[in-house]
Design a protein around this ligand. Structure first.
Ligand SMILES: [Cu+2]
Length: 156
């Protein structure tokens, strides 16, 4: 019988091998989970977006009404200065967001908040409107669709 492990030892060896494989799998899963957690936390912290604090999408309003802007992952700064990760809000009325890098027009459909304002009182005749927030840099160059958000409102 020399050269062979006694049967009980052989089983114990298989068991310990199985256990070490299982614990390795657990370690791998744990590492994957930690990696995913770090990925999501980092992404949330660094995520850049704009949103309307008011009005709500689909709101029915009386004119004038207050529009409140919010931005995440960027700092609000007056126009004129070109600093990374800063910019100012724009409110676009019944028009689409502006492609990244394009200067936002100065007209009735594109209001600039170049002093760094984060809210405004908007007066509009009765009707349905698409309101779009567009964040842009100190030279009014759009940050594109990632920093744009549209809602629909009805003015009574
Ligand atoms: Cu501007």
């Amino acid at each position: 019988m020399s050269g062979f492990l006694p049967e009980s030892n052989h089983i114990r060896w298989l068991d310990s091998l199985k256990q070490s494989m299982e614990s390795e799998a657990t370690t791998m899963n744990f590492k994957t989970l930690i990696g995913l957690a770090i990925f999501f936390v980092t992404n949330c912290v660094l995520a850049q977006s704009v949103d309307f604090m008011a009005p709500k999408d689909g709101a029915v309003l009386s004119s004038p009404f207050k529009v409140i802007f919010a931005v995440s992952g960027m700092e609000v700064s007056p126009a004129g200065e070109l600093k990374p990760n800063t910019g100012h809000h724009h409110l676009l009325i019944n028009t689409d967001g502006i492609a990244s890098g394009t200067v936002i027009p100065f007209d009735d459909a594109h209001q600039h908040f170049g002093k760094g304002q984060t809210e405004t009182d908007l007066s509009l005749p009765p009707g349905k409107y698409k309101l779009t927030l567009q964040f842009a840099n100190g030279a009014h160059q759009s940050y594109g669709s990632q920093l744009s958000k549209s809602i629909q409102v009805t003015v009574k």
